[in-house]
Structure formats: C-alpha cells, structure tokens
Design a protein around this ligand. Structure first.
Ligand code: GLU
Length: 289
C-alpha cells in the first residue's frame, strides 16, 4: 500500500468538449474553496482523452475563464493526452493481477443479464482483436462515505471499460491513474459522477493506492430540469461578468452574499468566500433562482 497523502490536494478536471458554463463554474468554485479553506493545493487537469469529442481551443478557453474568475491553480495544468505511458503502465499492472478481460457486450446486454457476474466474458483469456478491455470489479459492490451525502453503497452491475475497442484509454482508467499520480486527497465534483465513484474506488484499491475522499456537489439544472451541459447547449460563461457569475455560484453553494460583493474584483469575492466556507450545502439538484 502507498502511504496516504498527508496534506490536502484537490483538483478540477474539465473535459475540453466546450467552454466553461455556469454548472462547471459551481464545480470549479466548490473544489477550489474546499481546498483553499483547508490550506490545500488545487490542481487543474485537462481531460482531453477523447480527441473526436474535444473542441479545438476549448481547453485554453476554460483556463482563461478560470483565471478571469480568480480561480488560480497551483503548478502547471496536466493534459491527459500527454500521459498515455502512465495509463499503459497501469493496464500492465492490472493485467498481471488478472483483473482485466476483453468484452464485446453492450450496456443493454449486461443489464439484461443482471450484471457482469452472470456473463462468460469475465472468464475469457485476453486475446487480440477489437474488444473493449474491462476491469473486473468485485461482486459485492462498494461502500463509501461522501462528504455531503453520507454513507453510500453501489452494487456492481457493469464492469468499467478501461480501454475502448478503438484503442483510446477510457475516462475511468485515466481519472484514477492521474488522481493517484497527482496525490489527490479530495475529489470535489458534480453529482453526475457519483455513480462511478464505487468502481473508481475499486480501481484505486487494485492499483494499491489509498483512495481520496469524495464529495459530490449538487447539479445546476436548466429550465427543462436537465443538468447544464455542453451537450444541451449551456451558455458559455461571460468573463466580463465574473463578479456576478461568482456571486450567483456562491449563492448556489449556500452562501448569503451581500449585494455589494457583486461589484468587487473576483479575487476579493474568492477571499470573502474562502474565509466563510463551511461545507454547508443543500445537496438537491436545482435551477438557479
Ligand atoms: N472530466 C470529467 C468531466 O468533465 C470530470 C472528471 C472528474 O471530476 O472526475 O465531466
């Protein structure tokens, strides 16, 4: 077992599939404040694993928007597209432990069979060919405690894909390998990722690492009740209204912000919030009011 991280290191890990929108600002701000209030480090990692989905220029736009909102990171941002060697090494370690197998089942087939434990592909030897590479989770599922949501239990249904059939490394592998390598102690992110936390914890353990603590923030919903996202055309943040955006995001995160704060420079707004962050949150996903 690797020694547990001794100090707080948090991170924000956007995929560059479009510019930052208000929902991602809430996540960035929540993870930034939690790190800052614990005198921790806050890292930024660009999750550009999937070139067909990346939007040219989006990563730079995201970094500029973070700066415009006073969210400055420690060190230099890491780019997943430059870290393939680490992912390959991790696959090698998991192969040695017989924890990987090739699979061509669809999500629907897996659910139809009531989970991977009932399918034969887990017992298949690794072969060459256009198969996805999956990680064998335990049949018992996974328990963990979320900072805001308390005790959670997630049954194992679908073993996660770690390498896609087209050869690209998958999010579930890269995110865990990077969080281990960057010694992340706290992962504060949106509730849309709550469901994959159990399998990620199993990967931490299979790779011999002490897992970080997880906290999942509520999602910002649009008028149709959907999560704000690049797919449903959430508006990009307007950097010229950074103070206003930050105050709205702070209200979403449970702060009562004085009106005068809107007109302050982003750095003053961030300092104001950092001094008052107490992890008090309404965890319900909701629209902005
Ligand atoms: N890259 C993922 C996203 O933009 C976030 C990954 C994570 O925070 O674990 O949704």
């Amino acid at each position: 077992m690797q020694a547990p991280p001794t100090s707080y290191t948090g991170r924000f890990a956007p995929s560059p599939t479009g510019p930052l929108h208000f929902g991602s600002l809430v996540c960035a701000l929540g993870s930034y404040l939690d790190a800052a209030a614990h005198s921790g480090r806050w890292l930024v990692r660009i999750e550009d694993l999937d070139p067909p989905r990346a939007q040219p220029g989006a990563a730079d736009q995201i970094l500029r928007a973070l700066e415009a909102h006073g969210l400055y990171w420690h060190g230099t941002p890491k780019w997943q597209s430059q870290r393939h060697t680490l992912y390959q090494q991790a696959l090698g370690r998991l192969t040695k432990r017989s924890l990987l197998y090739h699979c061509h089942c669809s999500r629907a087939q897996i659910r139809e069979h009531g989970g991977h434990q009932n399918l034969t592909c887990r017992r298949r030897k690794l072969t060459r060919g256009a198969f996805a590479l999956r990680f064998k989770c335990t049949n018992d599922g996974q328990s963990f405690t979320d900072i805001w949501r308390g005790n959670q239990y997630q049954p194992t249904i679908e073993d996660p894909i770690l390498q896609r059939r087209d050869g690209y490394y998958a999010y579930q592998l890269a995110v865990v390998v990077d969080d281990i390598e960057q010694k992340i102690s706290h992962i504060i992110r949106g509730a849309d990722l709550l469901d994959c936390t159990g399998t990620q914890l199993q990967l931490f353990s299979a790779l011999g690492a002490t897992p970080p603590q997880f906290g999942h923030l509520p999602l910002v919903l649009n008028l149709q009740g959907q999560k704000l996202s690049k797919q449903n055309k959430a508006l990009p943040l307007d950097n010229s209204r950074a103070g206003h955006n930050l105050c709205l995001a702070l209200r979403f995160l449970g702060f009562h912000t004085p009106t005068a704060l809107n007109h302050q420079p982003p750095s003053n707004i961030i300092s104001w919030a950092k001094a008052r962050w107490q992890r008090q949150l309404d965890i319900r996903d909701r629209q902005l009011h």
